[in-house]
Design a binder for this molecule. Sequence first.
Ligand code: SF4
Length: 78
Amino acid sequence: MNVQHEFSSEEVVVTYDDEKCIHAGNCVKQLPSVFDVNRDPWIDPTAAPADDIESAVNACPSGALGLQRGGPNTPELE
Ligand code: SF4
């Protein structure tokens, strides 16, 4: 079973599926302030503007990364 990990800031929720990640490293290269494998947790969505995080998530070739704008306290759209 895939495990989705979630990392939240006030503005965004970044999701990460470790079974999909092919360790291409695009995220780490593009936005090292947010994606740092030597840190725990390794994704810190407070470390860069939401637009930059969205761009890095979109550059993930495996679909392991996902992004929800609005942060964890934003009500779901009905
Ligand atoms: S860009 Fe995607 S596939 Fe590459 S290391 Fe990051 S999460 Fe994994």
